[in-house]
Design a protein around this ligand. Structure first.
Ligand SMILES: NC(=O)c1ccc[n+]([C@@H]2O[C@H](COP(=O)([O-])OP(=O)(O)OC[C@H]3O[C@@H](n4cnc5c(N)ncnc54)[C@H](O)[C@@H]3O)[C@@H](O)[C@H]2O)c1
Length: 270
């Protein structure tokens, strides 16, 4: 009795893995060594995708058994083209998540063209370089694709002391909306996710910077922000953002195009 039962389980697991939501999809995720990008890479791999992560640093641990990572910079078109080739392999690229980003907390009056250029180079030009290389690969393969970007609620409202960052995130939202229309003839969709406060190293670093500037403990600033501004009363997790990207990469989201989806615990709802 026990042998057929075990065999039945193996067959069921094999059938299940081929019916995973992202089975057979090839994905590239930039900034995938940490935070939101890393969680997204893990989720895509768990959902059956073949994942290549590119980042200027290596992930602390292996993302998933079949995943690969490349040390590369999104501001370098040659390195990005190589990452797209690696992710596409012989089968073509299906999904690209342009997620790599840097934060900047600098008052507008203190900013310089140099400090702005550092932020825009990664957060806006880096996204353009990534999405263009990915879109070209998708057009060449001729079977459509999904372009996804990590924007921010900072691109949807004003955040005092973060003008360069806000401008960069508003910029990628404009880019996504344009690509949604321009690339639709090739069945390529483009969507952005706009997170609020997500518990990552970047968010924690920003809180510490704000704490130093205001002379108050970072933990107190966070508690106050969550109490006054975030109806959910907590930071989001990288896994919650990864779930949204997994949905947008799946067949379920085929008719969503040019959208900006907030994931902020209600922060911009009020
Ligand atoms: N954490 C938040 O609260 C939050 C909120 C809104 C938007 N975002 C956005 O989410 C994205 C991911 O941020 P996170 O919070 O996971 O931060 P993170 O710092 O944990 O991860 C960002 C990753 O991007 C990589 N990276 C930076 N510059 C790069 C470059 N030039 N080329 C390749 N990789 C590069 C970093 O090495 C890092 O691994 C960013 O675009 C950020 O602006 C974050």
């Amino acid at each position: 009795m026990s042998e057929p039962f075990a065999w039945e389980i193996v067959v069921r697991v094999q059938r299940d893995s081929s019916s995973l939501p992202l089975a057979g999809r090839r994905a590239l995720i930039t900034g995938g060594a940490a935070g939101i990008g890393e969680a997204t890479a893990r989720r895509f791999a768990a959902d059956g995708a073949s994942v290549v992560v590119m980042d200027t640093t290596a992930p602390a641990a292996e993302i998933a058994r079949d995943s690969r990572h490349l040390i590369a910079d999104v501001t370098d078109p040659v390195q990005v083209a190589e990452a797209v080739r690696e992710a596409a392999g012989d089968g073509g690229l299906d999904v690209c998540v342009a997620n790599a980003g840097v934060s900047s907390m600098e008052g507008f009056l203190a900013g310089t063209s140099t400090s702005w250029e550092q932020v825009l180079r990664v957060n806006l030009l880096g996204v353009m370089i990534t999405l263009q290389a990915a879109a070209k690969a998708m057009v060449d393969a001729g079977r459509g694709g999904r372009l996804l970007v990590t924007a921010s609620i900072a691109g949807l409202h004003g955040e005092p002391g973060s003008s360069a960052y806000c401008a960069s995130k508003a910029g990628v939202i404009g880019l996504v909306k344009t690509l949604a229309v321009e690339l639709a003839p090739w069945s390529i969709t483009a969507n952005a996710v706009a997170p609020g406060q997500i518990d990552t190293a970047m968010n924690t670093r920003d809180l510490e910077t704000a704490g130093r500037k205001s002379g108050r403990p970072a933990a107190a600033l966070l508690r106050e922000h969550l109490r006054l501004r975030v109806p959910a009363g907590r930071r989001g997790t990288p896994d919650e953002v990864a779930s949204l990207f997994a949905f947008l990469a799946s067949d379920e989201a085929a008719f969503i195009n040019g959208e900006v989806l907030r994931i902020d615990g209600g922060e911009l709802a009020s």
